[in-house]
Each structure stands twice: as C-alpha cells, then as structure tokens.
Write a protein that binds this ligand. Structure first.
Ligand SMILES: [Zn+2]
Ligand SMILES: [Zn+2]
Length: 240
C-alpha cells in the first residue's frame, strides 16, 4: 500500500497545512479518506483525478473533513468526461442522511452516468477489491469512525478522536497508525494530545505512528519526537 498525505491540518485555514485528507493506493484500488476543503485540487497536485478514486471513506461530517465532497460529485458529472466507473462512499451512522442532505442543497451532484453506493459501515469489516476495511466508533462526533485497512499490510486512521478503546483495537499491531494529535500538550475534549496518544500506542503497539490533524500549537512545540512517532507534512508519501 502507498499513502499520499493530502493534508495534515484542521479547520484553521493555513497555507502549510491543508485540511486532513489521505489517498491510499492498494492494488490499483484508490481510496480517499476524508474530503475537506481543497482536497479535489490536492488530488490534481499529486497527479490524480476525481475519476481515479474508487472509494471514499468519511470519518465524520465536520466541514474540514467533508466540504469538498460536493465539489467531487459535481466534477464526476461535469468534469472533462462524465464519470463511468462506480463509486462507493463509506461512513458512520447517518452517512445516507448526510448524502441526501447534500443532494438536496446541490441537486446537480446526483450521479448521472455512474453507479454510486453510499454505505454505513460501523463495527463491521468488508472487503473491497482485496482490501478489508474495518471501522469502529471513536470519540468525537456521534457519527465518528476510526478505520483500519488490511491488505498485505495494515493501515489505521484514527479520524478525529479523544482517547478511545476502539482505536486501540483498530490500531492493534498495525504497520502504520495515522493518528490525529491535534495539540502536543494542551488537552481539548474530542481530540488527542501526545500524552493521550502515548497511552493508545502503548497498548496497540503499531509499528509506526504518523501524527496529523495538527493545530498551530505544533509550530512552537519545543519537544523532540522519537521513533515510532513522526510528524506528518502535506505532500508526504509513505510506502507501507
Ligand atoms: Zn477535523
Ligand atoms: Zn472533527
């Protein structure tokens, strides 16, 4: 699997850090995790188009994780060519209602030339093209999910979350855990800081941990991170 880091930021608009989003390439199957502001453009910068995406996972409905979903759908209908290949969207509780709401506001996003499947996946595993996707609720919004992808290797995304037992299970001995660590020291409800992330990692023991969803507090953080921890940057590519 290959991971492209499309963004490592938050709701705070910043040049250096786009809203958090990731592209996973697994056996020619392309999975987009979250579609916040400017993510469609970020795909182009990495050499991908909307049509290259087979499956989208939405970790939760906050604007910094979903704002470009309508842009994505609109481009499927009115891009260079109309999309033909099927698209699957996976999310937590309420994903269908969320999609229907979006379609009510933007009737032009209704698929015209391709099949769209919108699927709720909570506390379940399902295989898509040889990649098994497992999700479980995490502690942020009622619909929030963490995700684990298993192919030959395993990759876990925390989504936005506070300390979570489910995340410990999802990250169990994963090859890479992409973990939100919104603040290095400050503890804010619904998010992790280093101290609470350390507790998760100690139990789950993933091989590597990539810190993302970074608030500007990180700009002035004077501490040093040691392996297996690595601070994510926009544009990073990681082979898993
Ligand atoms: Zn967020
Ligand atoms: Zn959020």
């Amino acid at each position: 699997m290959k991971l492209h880091i499309l963004g490592t930021g938050t709701a705070i608009p910043r040049i250096e850090r786009n809203s958090s989003a990731y592209l996973v390439i697994a056996r020619d199957f392309n999975i987009l995790v979250d579609v916040g502001p400017s993510v469609v453009r970020r795909l182009l910068e990495r050499g991908f188009e909307v049509d290259d995406i087979d499956l989208i996972v939405i970790t939760h409905f906050h604007v910094d994780h979903t704002a470009d979903l309508s842009t994505f759908f609109f481009a499927c209908n009115y891009g260079k060519t109309a999309r033909e290949k099927p698209l699957t969207i996976i999310g937590g509780n309420g994903i269908t209602r969320f999609y229907r709401g979006l379609r009510k506001i933007y009737p032009w996003i209704e698929p015209k030339t391709y099949d769209l499947t919108v699927k709720r996946l909570v506390n379940e595993s399902r295989a898509f093209n040889g990649v098994t996707i497992t999700t479980a609720p995490v502690r942020h919004n009622p619909e929030s999910i963490g995700i684990r992808l298993d192919e030959k290797r395993s990759l876990t995304f925390s989504g936005d979350t506070d300390f979570s037992q489910n995340l410990i299970k999802l990250a169990d001995r994963a090859d890479l855990l992409v973990a939100e660590c919104a603040f290095p020291e400050r503890k804010v409800k619904g998010h992790l800081n280093l101290e609470s992330l350390y507790r998760i990692v100690k139990k789950a023991m993933p091989k590597r941990v990539l810190l993302t969803h970074l608030y500007p507090d990180w700009d002035t953080y004077k501490g040093v991170l040691h392996a297996p921890y690595l601070l994510a940057e926009d544009g990073m590519e990681i082979e898993i």
